[in-house]
Structure formats: structure tokens, C-alpha cells
Write a protein that binds this ligand. Structure first.
Ligand SMILES: Cc1cc2nc3c(=O)[nH]c(=O)nc-3n(C[C@H](O)[C@H](O)[C@H](O)COP(=O)(O)OP(=O)(O)OC[C@H]3O[C@@H](n4cnc5c(N)ncnc54)[C@H](O)[C@@H]3O)c2cc1C
Length: 419
């Protein structure tokens, strides 16, 4: 297998042949197609539909569908490397692709590592076939709208969206009512994989009763509302979804009852999947800075700015931070697994924080160093700067909540309390 002719956003690592092949594919697609299109999604705050046609044609919508179901069977680290590579060229595409991929990864390789009874396992194996076949055969796109503007997406309260058992025409199913905010891919996804709480008569809503259900975009009672005009990641089109007596059959369940809650406890790395997009954005800001200071940005006057010691120092500072981010990112994806040790979990939090805050640090330094002309709208740096700010705001692991978890989980062992 030949060597890569570029350094991937995750760094130069001992890749498997499959990883090398996929990284080369993502890099080529990103560089030649996604990067030139990125300004248009940003300017118009519109969804990158054209990129999704390319992702489908390249087989990347089925990246994490198991090979036994017609997918590429990529594992967690492989997806994380590719997501960083895509994020390097279009943040909004990488971030929305993450929502889609997670719908397949959580039901695929992650679910394989969650403890289930034989009945639950059998139910899951038969149900997920439907979802995988929609993606493999029809190129279906799945979204992941969890947020509700309450403590639920932070993992601190049950979801307010409720699903009640209801049979229709002899078919067992769920009647869904509620509202989601921040639904990336709204209007673009074919299915919305929502988290909701089972509504049982006389029972107080409990996070243990979280259900993970896909709602077809064509469902009666599903509506999309709200403006979309944010600071960054504008191509994600993350509007509101309302579910008014939406009925879906049991076949739409993405996981058996109770398994999502278990999964979130078992597989903390499932929440780290938002980070690679921002590692990609950080790489892009760094790459731009180097070529700008060398006077090599296409279409710009070939003015060199590299001779100033302050610029050299800033570039060194950016590189040091980027290398640190890549190292901890690599370590975290290499050791991601069910039930990680306390050290592994702390490292995972640290990696998430380092990438989410570090991306914005690097973009900030890039703008300061390249200077006034570099912030013009015809150049990508001001978009990268805006996009880079968004990662630390994303639940359940906002930068604040990661600090909160790290401090608490360091000082308190499970079950420990002060009087
Ligand atoms: C570009 C982008 C795309 C997104 N796409 C999706 C998507 O597809 N699906 C989806 O589900 N969500 C998505 N989100 C939403 C995201 O995950 C968060 O839900 C959202 O950013 C939270 O905003 P908020 O104002 O509701 O936060 P709030 O809940 O008001 O929280 C504000 C801040 O307070 C802190 N905080 C919150 N709860 C607690 C607590 N219990 N204890 C201590 N501190 C707390 C956190 O640091 C948080 O950042 C997206 C967000 C962005 C920026």
C-alpha cells in the first residue's frame, strides 16, 4: 500500500490499509469539492445537499454500517480520523455527517459492546437491519435531534419528548409528542433519530426509560419551525422539530427499551464524536496561516509575511497546540471502549476539552497573526474562526460541563457524598 501524499488532520500514524484508503478518499473529496463549496453554505446558511450526493456516491454514508449488512464496516477510530479530515474542508458537512454516522455507529459497533439480554440482543439485531438497509440501499440520511433546551441533553433530566405505547390497525407502535431544538439536518434528513421518554401511566418520567426512535421525515404531525441565522456552522441548518401525535411502529426503534441509557453509561466515547470536526477546523486554520504567511494563498498577492519573528513565534505556538490536540485525540480514539477505566475516561474528557477549546484558540491566533486582510469574507479564515467557536457549546459535553465532570469525578469516587 502506497504512502499518503498528505498529512492527515489526525497526524501521521500507523494506519491500516483501509484507513489509508479512506483517508485518501476523504482528503480528495474534501479538497477538490467540499472546500470550494463551503463558502456558499455558510453565506446562505443552507444545507450542503451537493456534498451529501458525493458522500453517498463515495460510500461514506454507509461507512459504519457493518460489512455483514452491506456497509464499509469502519470502526470507531477509523470514523474519527475521517471526520477530522472532512472537517478540515467543511465544518458543517463534517458535523452533520457525524449525526448521520452516529445513528449507524451507536446501533452498530457501539451497541455490540453494550450488555443486553438475549431477547434484547435478538430484537436489536432484527430491527437494525431495516435502518441499515435504508442507508445502504436507498442512501437514507439520519439526523440526531436530542436537545430540548432543558437539562435533558446534558444527561441531567429525562427528555420532555414523550413516547406512549399505542397500537394502530393491529400494529404495535409509539405515539410521540414533544419538541426538539437544534435539529441539525432539519429538512434534509429522511429520518430523525430522537431521544424521548417512555410515557407510562402513573410513572414519573425517568431517564432510564429513554427510548431511541427514528421518526420518518414524512410522518404526519412532524413539523419544522424557527429561523436559522447563527454565528457559525451555518450549513448544519439546526432548526426546531415539533412532534404532535406522531405515530411510528415499533420497527422504528433504534435500540430496545432501556438500552440507550445503558449505552451512555457504558460508552462515554460516544459523545466524543463531535470533536473530530473541530480538530479538522483547527488544522484548516493552521494550514491557512502557513500558506498565507508564505504568500502562497491562491488568488492573493504573493506577499510574504513570514520574515517577522512574531509571526514565526505564533506559528510555533499554533503548531505546539495542534500537536498536543492530535496526540491526545489519537490516544483517546485508540483506547475508546465500553467501560473505560477512570484514567481513560479522564483522558477522554481532557481530549474533548482540548479539541473544542483548542480549535478556537488556534483560529484566534491564526487571525491575529495573519492580520486584517485575512479576515475578509473571500478568505476562509473568518468562517473557520466562527465555526471553531461552536464545538465547546455542544451538549452533553460542553467545555463547562467537561470541567464540571472532571473535577467532580476526580474528587469523588462513585457513590461518595459529603454530609
Ligand atoms: C452547530 C450546532 C449544531 C447542533 N446540532 C445539534 C443536533 O443535531 N442535535 C442536538 O441534539 N443538538 C444539537 N446542538 C445543540 C447542542 O448540543 C446543545 O444542546 C446546545 O448548544 C445547548 O444550547 P442551550 O442554549 O440550549 O444550552 P443550555 O442548556 O441553556 O446551557 C447553556 C450552558 O450552560 C451549561 N449547562 C447546561 N446544563 C447544565 C447543567 N445541568 N449543569 C451545569 N451547567 C450546565 C452548559 O455549559 C451549556 O453550554 C447543536 C449545537 C450547535 C452549536
Amino acid at each position: 500500500m502506497s504512502e499518503l501524499n498528505f498529512t492527515p488532520a489526525v497526524g501521521d500514524l500507523p494506519f491500516t490499509p483501509q484507513q489509508r484508503h479512506l483517508l485518501a478518499l476523504a482528503h480528495e473529496l474534501g479538497k477538490t469539492t467540499f472546500a470550494p463549496r463551503a463558502p456558499q453554505w455558510d453565506e446562505t446558511a443552507s444545507f450542503p445537499f451537493a456534498n451529501y450526493v458525493d458522500l453517498k456516491d463515495a460510500g461514506l454514508l454507509k461507512l459504519c454500517v457493518p460489512a455483514s449488512h452491506g456497509g464499509l464496516g469502519a470502526d470507531y477510530p477509523t470514523y474519527m480520523m475521517l471526520a477530522a479530515e472532512v472537517g478540515r474542508f467543511c465544518g458543517a458537512t463534517a458535523l452533520t455527517w457525524n449525526m448521520h454516522i452516529c445513528s449507524t455507529m451507536w446501533t452498530g459497533v457501539l451497541a455490540d459492546g453494550i450488555e443486553m439480554t438475549p431477547e434484547q440482543r435478538a430484537e436489536h439485531m432484527s430491527r437494525r437491519e431495516l435502518h441499515f438497509s435504508r442507508i445502504v440501499n436507498d442512501g437514507a440520511i439520519y439526523a440526531q435531534p436530542f436537545s430540548e433546551g432543558t437539562a435533558a441533553a446534558a444527561g441531567r433530566a429525562p427528555f420532555g419528548t414523550a413516547a406512549r405505547k399505542e397500537e394502530r390497525n393491529g400494529v404495535s407502535g409509539w405515539l410521540i409528542n414533544g419538541k426538539k431544538i437544534w435539529a441539525s439536518l432539519s429538512g434534509a434528513a429522511n429520518y430523525y433519530g430522537i431521544l424521548c421518554t417512555e410515557d407510562v401511566d402513573g410513572k414519573t418520567p425517568d431517564a432510564r426509560d429513554t427510548l431511541y426512535i427514528s421518526v420518518p421525515a414524512t410522518s404526519e404531525g412532524l413539523s419544522i419551525s424557527g429561523d436559522w441565522n447563527p454565528l457559525g456552522m451555518r450549513g448544519t441548518v439546526s432548526r426546531n422539530l415539533t412532534f404532535k401525535d406522531v405515530w411510528v411502529s415499533d420497527a422504528e426503534q433504534l435500540m430496545p427499551r432501556g438500552i440507550y441509557f445503558k449505552g451512555a453509561q457504558t460508552w462515554p466515547a460516544m459523545f466524543f464524536t463531535l470533536a473530530p470536526t473541530y480538530l479538522g477546523v483547527a488544522n484548516a486554520a493552521y494550514d491557512f496561516t502557513v500558506s498565507y504567511l508564505r504568500g502562497e494563498v491562491p488568488g492573493e498577492p504573493p506577499v510574504k509575511r513570514r520574515q517577522y519573528p512574531t509571526k514565526q513565534i505564533a506559528v510555533a505556538q499554533m503548531r505546539i497546540q495542534l500537536e498536543n490536540m492530535k496526540s491526545i485525540f489519537w490516544r483517546a480514539i485508540s483506547e475508546a471502549k465500553p467501560n473505560p477505566s477512570k484514567d481513560e475516561k479522564m483522558r477522554l474528557y481532557a481530549a474533548h476539552y482540548s479539541v473544542m477549546e483548542g480549535a478556537n484558540d488556534i483560529a484566534r491566533l491564526a487571525l491575529r497573526t495573519c492580520g486584517g486582510q485575512s479576515m475578509m469574507k473571500h478568505l476562509p479564515l473568518e468562517r473557520l474562526y466562527r465555526d471553531s467557536r461552536c464545538g465547546a457549546l455542544m451538549l452533553p459535553w460542553t467545555a463547562e460541563l467537561v470541567m464540571d465532570r472532571m473535577g467532580r469525578e476526580t474528587l469523588y469516587e462513585a457513590g461518595e457524598r459529603d454530609e
